[in-house]
Design a protein around this ligand. Structure first.
Ligand SMILES: [Zn+2]
Length: 274
């Protein structure tokens, strides 16, 4: 499943290809995504309109359109974008196509169809049920050690579970939660409220540097994620604990352990995480 770095990578790849272009035609081949695609609303919102920008909120992409509409998109489990020349043959699972005024077509392809393509009114992103409860962006100014302290006081939950709660901080998924805790030397089962201010600061710094690094490397290659330019991410090779049960930790040599927290696998090193 694409996580924040992958989605940001898709945004960075698509932005120069989309910004300022006019959408000439909208084609919907399959409406059955996580929520049904309203083909008529999509055509009315997008056809003939310029693309003003492309934003990311947590793992959602928001396409700002000329006029009053926004396209809300989510890659779900297997969603990806392909840029092809207009008229080239559809691939299996190409569900939505936007033909641009430069002869290119953006195609949304999603084998498992857990993704999302929805039309919102401008401003609706602040109150939309899918977006309104999201916490601050981990790479944004609204997130810092104080955010974790406030949440920690409110909820005495394991720090790993807290980090993957999108209402506390938006978009840190299972893989990166494991990796940042390893980088910061924090045991995943520790309650957030037991962390000293210095360790909370170290955790926030690890979150920022790890996500930035993952974005630079193009994200992980788990499952069949491929970014908009068709390039596979390189970050998978750099994972230190995730998916490495019983392998020696590269930092201290102890074997990586797997436990289950809130129904998800957590990987950690008993040698360097306390
Ligand atoms: Zn270790």
């Amino acid at each position: 499943m694409p996580e924040l770095p992958e989605v940001e990578r898709v945004r960075l790849t698509l932005l120069p290809l989309l910004a300022g272009r006019r959408i000439e035609k909208v084609r919907v081949a399959e409406t059955r995504l996580r929520a049904p695609v309203d083909a008529r609303a999509l055509r009315r919102a997008a056809a003939g309109k310029h693309i003003l920008g492309l934003r990311r909120r947590a793992k959602y992409l928001l396409v700002d359109l000329e006029g009053e509409k926004i396209l809300l998109m989510h890659l779900g489990m297997t969603g990806r974008f392909r840029i092809v020349r207009a008229g080239s043959r559809d691939q299996v699972h190409d569900h939505v196509a936007l033909a641009l005024d430069d002869g290119n077509e953006v195609r949304y392809n999603d084998a498992r169809r857990f993704g999302l393509v929805q039309v919102l009114a401008r401003g609706e992103e602040a109150i939309h049920p899918r977006l309104r409860d999201l916490g601050p962006e981990p790479l944004g100014a609204g997130f810092g050690p104080a955010t974790l302290a406030t949440s920690a006081r409110a909820r005495r939950r394991p720090i790993k579970t807290l980090l993957t709660d999108a209402t506390v901080v938006a978009g840190i998924g299972n893989i990166y939660a494991c990796e940042v805790l390893h980088a910061a030397g924090i045991h995943p089962g520790r309650t957030a409220s037991s962390l000293s201010p210095r360790r909370r600061e170290r955790l926030v710094a690890s979150i920022r540097s790890l996500l930035q690094e993952a974005i630079a490397f193009g994200g992980t290659t788990l499952r069949d994620f491929v970014d908009a330019g068709g390039e596979a991410g390189q970050y998978g090779e750099k994972l230190r604990v995730y998916g490495r049960e019983s392998e020696p930790c590269e930092t201290c040599g102890r074997r990586v352990r797997r436990i289950v927290q809130a129904g998800r696998s957590t990987f950690y090193c008993p040698g360097c995480q306390h």
